[in-house]
Design a protein around this ligand. Structure first.
Ligand code: ADP
Ligand code: MG
Length: 701
């Protein structure tokens, strides 16, 4: 190999890996910027998830400031996730006047650890009485600080929790951290029962969230009031060709899109987001980005950051990114596949079948705990993904229905069946745990064995919860998953601890077969998209909570209150506040969409239809006067008039629903208005239609 060749090779390597984490105050950076003592203390804090030692706070803050200033940052912000569904930031500059006409850059330990942004306009669902209305942010050292760049601006972002004066969680990160702790405790108990060595017992919940999105041309986006205001199209006639030929999925990526994706990946890598996969999705104009999985809390922060960066980079490339769950009717919507797993204190994936009967017994215990958890709290999993956008997606084109069921695949189902039949008194050979099976054959992974129609699928070494909406903060789904899993494991561990070491195997066999008998109704390997499944699920007594209000009601049951308080994830008051905030947000979205539909129909579509009528009527008149035949034109005119009249009356009834503040009435009246509008789109001259069409939006890029 010539030296020249070698050189270019290492250059290429640097280009790719050197930018990774460039904008992150990572452990690697800390080591260079902190004293040995402070580094040791802080890295210990990060590993254990404890609170930072106040004695090193000033040093850490100073190091962070120097690092940030070197990278051109002028401001810092506590970056948090209020109940709105987006992230929040309020910037403060490092500048402090020195009293002599100059200035110094200041950032103290106190400013790093706690902020008081007030931020009283965020929804709190009654958690913030006015006399104690201040909101506080507190640094979460388990998610590293980073610098966000946008044009000329550079801001040091410090991931924080956001809470009220008495520690009430006003955000989405606090319950997530609490739920991780609850799960940690129970996994450690199980580890002890299975004799797993655990040094300090650190459990890592992992998440890889595949993110789907649409891109459309920015100019077309600007010409659609519904997209600008609601994030989805309220009208739009289905084009002749959309996704029927499935020629977009995994197809060659268009140059303009790949240029965008390349910039996106680079920006994400610089922020330490491990973006791995990019591809075309099923619908034209639809794409996916998937990261390598990470520790849950960090993965959620990274997903929130990813959504923000996708939008910005898209704009820079002349696109608008649509993260809405259902921007276009009649074609696929976008989800966020939530790949969730548990890495135990032994550093192994506990959702991966092991090599020996002992490991497999542990694996099957975790699987059975999950079966119990998901069946007992299917309603809460549904509530966690409830949003107006997701209502349009769940149960529609190629999206899981609102019924929560588990797909285990043929082989694992077979094993589960055997355990069920095994009964309590099954013998165990040579002291080995048998559980009806000596070993588990390697379970297939990958797309081939996938049941893409299941909302909750076992995919070889993790569970994939597919009902999460593309625009949602994934934390709610994971809060529920962690907490229901903690409860199921708690019950299992309590029984096993009572049984003692002597009776361990028999007790485990009996516990697992009991669970399977009681909860197997939630297992379903068939096609989740069919009507037969809907009927079958009803026979099995599985909830089918189709719309957000019914789904959110699950947060108000005694079962939910008991669960979340017992594991200290959400107090009754905090849980109630979530219900209040989300139902209110739902009502607001419905009203915005209804009013936007009225505006568009009245001020854009009706005038176009009326102009077309006049033109056509004039034409018919002149043709007739000239002795021509106008029968076809006459019937076209009649059709346009009929649909225009229907539209005008649909506008009136939608307006009445708005005036009455009738939310479910608004939903059906908005849909009813869509019918004549979409008909008119097929009747009016193309150049008279005031909105970009579906074909233009999905194919012109
Ligand atoms: P696909 O679902 O497209 O077949 P993969 O199974 O490779 O692709 O991964 C999908 C997502 O699941 C990726 O984000 C990946 O990092 C994540 N993933 C893989 N293993 C785990 C795990 N143990 N825990 C959480 N997520 C995981
Ligand atoms: Mg997947």
């Amino acid at each position: 190999m010539s030296p020249k060749k070698n050189e270019s090779k290492s250059e290429a390597r640097e280009m790719l890996t050197d930018i990774y984490g460039e904008n992150v105050f990572s452990l690697k950076v800390m080591r260079d910027y902190l004293s040995d003592a402070a580094f040791k203390s802080l890295s210990g804090t990060i590993r254990s998830g404890a609170t930072i030692d106040p004695r090193i706070a000033d040093e850490v803050a100073d190091a962070m400031k120097i690092w940030a200033l070197e990278r051109g940052a002028t401001h810092y912000t506590h970056w948090f996730q209020p109940l709105t569904g987006t992230t929040a930031e309020k910037h403060d500059s490092f500048i402090v006047p020195d009293g002599e006409g100059g200035a110094i850059a200041k950032f103290s330990g106190e400013e790093l650890i706690q902020g008081e942004p007030d931020a009283s306009s965020f929804p709190s669902g009654g958690l913030r009485a006015t006399f104690e209305a201040r909101g506080y942010t507190a640094w979460d050292p388990t998610s590293p600080a980073f610098i966000k760049e946008d044009g000329q601006s550079r801001t040091l972002c410090i991931p924080t929790v956001f809470c009220g004066y008495h520690g009430e969680a006003l955000d989405k990160k606090t319950p997530l951290l609490r739920s991780m702790k609850a799960l940690n405790t129970q996994i450690c108990r199980l580890a002890k029962l299975f004799g797993v060595k655990s040094d300090g017992c650190r459990v890592i919940t992992t998440l890889g969230s595949e993110q789907e999105y649409f891109l459309i041309d920015k100019e077309l986006h600007e010409a659609r009031l519904d997209l600008l205001q609601c994030g989805r199209t309220l009208f739009g006639r289905s084009p002749a060709k959309h996704q029927q030929l499935e020629d977009h999925y995994f197809g060659a990526i268009k140059s303009r899109v790949v240029a965008f994706m390349t910039d996106l990946d680079r920006e994400l890598w610089r922020l330490g987001v491990p973006a791995r996969t990019r591809h075309n999705e099923v619908c034209p104009g639809q794409f996916e980005i998937a990261p390598m999985f990470e520790e849950l809390n960090l993965a959620v922060d990274h997903n929130m950051l990813t959504m923000e960066i996708i939008r910005r980079v898209a704009e820079e490339h002349g696109f608008a990114c649509l993260l809405h769950e259902k921007p276009f009717a009649g074609v696929n919507g976008s989800g966020k596949h939530n790949n969730w797993s548990i890495c135990g204190p032994d550093g192994k994936n506990w959702l991966s079948p092991g090599d020996d009967p002992h490991e497999n017994a542990k694996f099957l215990t975790v699987i059975c705990a999950l079966i119990k958890a998901v069946d007992t709290h299917a309603d809460l999993l549904r509530a966690a993904v409830a949003s107006p956008g997701n209502d349009h997606r769940l149960g529609a084109n190629e999206a899981p229905p609102a019924i929560i069921s588990i797909f285990l695949g043929e082989q694992l189902t077979d094993i589960i069946d055997q355990i069920e039949k095994g009964g309590a008194n099954r013998s165990h050979k040579g002291g080995m745990i048998e559980l009806g099976v000596d070993s588990i054959p390697p379970l297939p992974r990958g797309n081939t064995d996938r049941n893409r129609t299941s909302p909750f699928a076992f995919t070889g070494n993790k569970f994939e919860f597919r009902a999460v909406g593309s625009e949602q903060n994934p934390s709610a789904a994971n809060v529920v998953l962690n907490t229901i899993m903690a409860e199921a494991l708690d019950e299992i561990c309590t029984k096993l601890e009572k049984a003692g070491a002597e009776e361990f195997n028999a007790a485990l066999q009996s516990i697992l077969s009991d669970i399977i008998r009681k909860h197997k109704r939630v297992l379903f390997n068939g096609d989740g998209y069919t009507d037969e499944w809907v009927a079958e699920a009803e026979r099995r007594g599985l909830p089918n909570l189709k719309k957000t209000p019914e789904a959110l009601a699950s947060y108000r049951t005694e079962k939910a209150k008991a669960l979340f308080s017992k594991y200290r994830v959400l107090s009754e008051r905090e849980l109630a506040s979530r219900y209040e905030v989300y139902i209110e947000a739902y009502h607001r979205v419905v009203k915005i969409e209804a009013r936007c539909a009225v505006t568009m129909a009245r001020t854009m579509i009706a005038p176009a239809a009326i102009r077309a009528q006049t033109e056509l009527a004039g034409n018919i008149k002149s043709v007739k006067e000239a002795g021509g035949s106008a029968a076809g034109a006459q019937s076209l005119l009649e059709e346009i008039c009929r649909h225009t009249e229907m539209m005008l009356s649909a506008i009136k009834s939608l307006e009445s629903r708005i005036a009455e503040d009738d939310v479910s009435g608004m939903i059906s009246a908005t849909l009813a208005l869509r019918e004549p509008v979409d008909e008119l789109e097929g009747l009016l001259p193309d150049d008279a239609w005031p909105l970009p069409s579906y074909a233009e939006m999905l194919f012109m890029m």
